[in-house]
Design a binder for this molecule. Structure first.
Ligand SMILES: [Zn+2]
Length: 226
């Protein structure tokens, strides 16, 4: 069985374009039996913690910044609450074009992505991230992990995830986002345009490329039937 290692920045946070490598220190292993004892509430709490820690490390522009106004305007065109969870958005000043979400409703978008995409494409990104939350992908990835490694710091927690599962979740999130956009009278072409604009990762991201081809063909298929 082929598997990939996703760090908490990727697992609790489902990213748009895959994960960056991080330095690992000697971990504590939590077995699959141990994982099963984690309730949904526990996983949401871990997600919340991971989100706060990332916010603390990030450069977040002041409220009056034009990127905040742009993001909140785009977010207003989509549901504000899902699964009874209030969504909250922040822009990070970071040139890497990426976005991520956590199970507890954090959605974060890098300034590099906002610069790269048109409003309609950013709507597609937010719809895709909302889909991960609605479909509880972050929670499921925790549950399905054969084991979790936890280091001293929560953000260095490591989860092993099956490659096929993460591909499947990306396609599912796109399909959900497609229906969400159509339901809100937003042109779903933004999903396709957004994906074709995303940079392709290098060899250390071997899973990104086939995953992207699959995602694009799924959206093209949906557009043809639309
Ligand atoms: Zn995703």
């Amino acid at each position: 069985m082929k598997s990939i290692i996703l760090f908490i920045a990727c697992v609790v946070m489902l990213m748009l374009v895959g994960c960056q490598n991080q330095t690992r220190i000697t971990p504590t292993i939590v077995s699959s039996e141990g994982i099963k004892t984690l309730s949904e509430h526990d996983i949401l709490a871990i997600s919340q913690q991971a989100c706060i820690e990332n916010d603390n490390r990030a450069i977040i522009p002041p409220n009056y910044h034009h990127l905040n106004s742009r993001l909140s305007k785009i977010a207003q065109s989509l549901p504000q609450k899902i699964n009874n969870i209030e969504l909250n958005y922040k822009v990070y000043i970071d040139t890497e074009p990426n976005a991520w979400s956590t199970a507890n409703g954090c959605i974060r978008v890098n300034s590099g992505l906002m610069k790269l995409l048109e409003d309609n494409e950013l709507q597609a990104v937010l719809a895709h991230e909302q889909a991960h939350i609605v479909l509880k992908h972050g929670i499921n990835l925790f549950r399905q992990a054969p084991y979790i490694e936890i280091t001293d710091k929560a953000h260095e927690l490591v989860i092993i995830v099956k490659e096929a599962t993460s591909h499947q979740y990306e396609v599912e999130a796109d399909s959900y986002a497609f229906d969400l956009l159509v339901g809100e009278n937003i042109d779903p072409i933004g999903l396709l345009n957004m994906l074709t604009k995303m940079p392709i990762h290098s060899e250390n991201q071997p899973t990104s490329h086939p995953s992207r081809i699959k995602r694009i063909s799924n959206i093209v298929d949906r557009l043809n039937r639309h």
